[in-house]
Design a protein around this ligand. Structure first.
Ligand SMILES: *Cc1c(COP(=O)(O)O)cnc(C)c1O
Length: 387
């Protein structure tokens, strides 16, 4: 194996496009000077189509979890009843953040591998009319589920006055997002998943309604006070030193997305999802999620006749291919393939091809090439549909 060759197919961090890597090597600039101001001014409007909003998107230095914590402490007032819809490990992270503060946290637990049920949420909100904020994950990275945030948003606004806060860390930049139309009040993402950057930035879009709540919110916070980020952003600035190298990179990421077209970015992810799922079916690999619940950015497989950790180890040592294992109670039970950001159908074909060799070496009875052929067939079908 070539020592410097590595194929990163985990659901974040994801590979960085060479032009983005290059953009991040630009010499440092002063963060209060004209160049920094012009950079932020250039980024602001171009992030909006990625989120599907006309609102401002706050740029905060920190990992995705900083964005989740910012969403919590700015949206919920001390003592508020809040509802967390937990479909996996990242739903639980929202719960843990809420439990770290003075909130009365309700949780709807959904079995791992399934999507949230909008009808159940509606019923819960009717029975608990004092809930002030509803938190949901968009793509639940631990299971590969894409939650129906559009339907949930509609229900939250129809049955309550609660704010609707969504963790889109592992899908924004790879899936359709219509934040304003879908009634999402706060939408968070991180830099290291579908946004094709290293970790270190969190991007947080806030509705007008949520901003009003934030301005009146007495909840103590300092670094993560989004109202100060909002005030500064209107002047093309940030309250603290921005992660400038990541902003150079973000500018190039937006160039790439604009060149491809956001709609085509979304279609590419749909194609990669369908290719991966078809290949798994052809190889007799049980998928953790139903087709209608599956995320375009990550696919989870729950094998019943081999150890996924053994497969992962073979793929890593023989080919330099990294795929992810399971989290929490799914550790050792599933494996997950990331197909988001700087990832194309060509990468999926390579991943499936190596996966077949790994399965073969694990001792699983498969016909080599069957998964690749199924993925190729899906690719041609998607191409035909587009033309
Ligand atoms: C990766 C991820 C996060 C953020 O994780 P960090 O390690 O803090 O960047 C949050 N939510 C989801 C759904 C994720 O996939």
């Amino acid at each position: 194996m070539l020592q410097d060759q590595a194929f990163l197919r985990i659901p974040g961090p994801t590979p960085i496009p060479p032009s983005v890597q290059h953009a991040m090597t630009q010499p440092m600039i002063g963060h209060r000077g004209r160049e920094a101001k012009e950079l932020i001014q250039k980024l602001r409007p171009r992030l909006k189509p990625v989120f599907g909003t006309e609102q401002e998107i706050m740029i905060v230095a920190g990992s995705g979890t900083a964005g989740l914590e910012a969403a919590v402490v700015n949206s919920a007032k001390p003592g508020d009843e809040v509802l967390v819809i937990a479909t996996g490990a990242f739903g639980h992270r929202f719960k843990k953040i809420c439990n770290s503060y003075d909130y009365q946290t309700h949780v709807i637990e959904v079995s791992w591998g399934s999507a949230a049920d909008p009808a159940e949420i509606e019923e819960y909100l009717r029975q608990h009319p004092n809930i002030k904020v509803v938190f949901s994950t968009f793509c639940e990275t631990s299971t590969g589920v894409l939650n129906p945030v559009r339907q949930i948003g509609e229900i939250v606004h129809r049955t309550s006055n609660a704010l609707f806060v969504v963790d889109g860390v592992s899908c924004i930049g790879g899936v359709e997002s219509k934040m304003d139309d879908w009634g999402i009040d706060v939408l968070v993402t991180g830099s290291q998943k579908a946004m094709m950057l290293p970790a270190g930035l969190t991007l947080i879009a806030v509705s007008e309604r949520a901003l009003r709540t934030m301005k009146e919110n007495p909840q103590p916070r300092f670094y993560l006070d989004l109202t100060t980020y909002h005030d500064k952003l209107l002047a093309d600035s940030t309250p603290f030193t921005p992660a400038l190298s990541l902003l150079f990179g973000l500018n190039q990421v937006l160039n790439l997305m604009e060149e491809e077209g956001i709609d085509n970015v979304v279609k590419r992810h749909e194609t990669m999802k369908s290719m991966t799922r078809a290949a798994c079916r052809a190889l007799g690999l049980p998928l953790l999620t139903l087709d209608q619940d599956a995320s375009p950015t990550v696919t989870a497989i729950q094998p019943d006749d081999f150890d996924p950790e053994k497969l992962r180890s073979i793929l890593k040592t023989e080919f330099g291919l990294s795929i992810a294992g399971g989290q929490q109670h799914l550790k050792g039970k599933i494996f997950r393939i990331g197909h988001m950001g700087y990832s194309s159908p060509a990468d999926v074909l390579q991943t499936i091809s190596l996966l077949e060799l790994g399965l073969y070496k694990t001792g699983k009875q498969i016909e080599l090439g069957k998964g690749v052929a199924a993925a190729q067939t899906v690719y041609t079908e998607h191409e035909n549909r587009r033309n």
